[in-house]
Design a protein around this ligand. Structure first.
Ligand SMILES: [Ca+2]
Ligand SMILES: [Ca+2]
Length: 231
């Protein structure tokens, strides 16, 4: 075999090896997705504020506002309290009466393509005439001032605090992209003789790159490999 041919062949083989290594790396990277996860700030997530006493109603209707949380109409007997029946984080917990309006909070996080969300809420039954008690937790996006439900789940509660979760993938609702995400919590009872406790509300987001981004990433890695090979 001519020497020039052997040399060229070697270069080609090296290039194939490099490409294979890079492809392997990209595949491993894709398998390790989501690329990042973060916690979204939930104001007064643990209902520790205002921390001055039992407060009914979320919008300050009784003289003291409960930061972070709001309701569309005045809650008759929902708010924050610190004594019986306890909390799962800190000293205070939220409480929600059946038939009271949902307590909601719009976050500062703008929904991006590839975002997947997990809402985590600690909840239990405080006192309910009919058991089991229920919590309805929802995620929504704000569309120019109106709330559009993105996902909702009604779960059964026991007398002990437990963690409940709700997931939402922005890919299932393209209309949500570019809008801010919010949280809604409501007693799931249809009668007013039920009170539930809520605490430690967390919202996590993980970003999964779109296929186009992965292709771009692969292209970039291949180009990098080609440049290295030429050196
Ligand atoms: Ca708390
Ligand atoms: Ca408020």
């Amino acid at each position: 075999m001519a020497e020039w041919w052997s040399g060229l062949n070697q270069v080609t083989e090296t290039h194939i090896m490099t490409t294979k290594t890079l492809l392997g790396f990209a595949v491993a990277l894709a398998a390790a997705m989501p690329l990042w996860a973060a916690s979204i700030t939930v104001e007064n997530f643990s209902f520790e504020l205002p921390g001055t006493g039992k407060v009914r109603a979320w919008n300050g209707e009784n003289g003291v506002d409960i930061p972070g949380w709001a309701s569309d109409t005045t809650a008759a007997d929902s708010g924050v309290e610190s004594d019986w029946p306890g909390s799962s984080e800190g000293s205070w917990a939220g409480f929600l009466m059946g038939t009271d309006p949902a307590a909601w909070q719009l976050t500062g996080h703008t929904i991006a393509a590839g975002d997947t969300f997990t809402l985590l809420v600690d909840a239990h039954n405080n006192w309910s005439a009919t058991t089991p008690a229920h919590l309805t937790m929802s995620l929504y996006y704000d569309d120019a001032g109106s709330r559009v439900t993105a996902g909702s789940s009604t779960v059964e509660l026991t007398d002990s605090f437990a963690q409940y979760s709700l997931a939402f993938d922005s890919g299932t609702l393209p209309g949500s992209i570019g809008k801010n995400i919010g949280i809604m919590l409501q007693n799931g009872a249809t009668t007013s003789d039920s009170w539930i406790g809520i605490d430690n509300v967390r919202l996590d987001v993980a970003a999964i790159p779109e296929p186009g981004t992965v292709v771009l990433l692969l292209g970039g890695l291949a180009a990098l490999g080609a440049v290295r090979r030429r050196r």
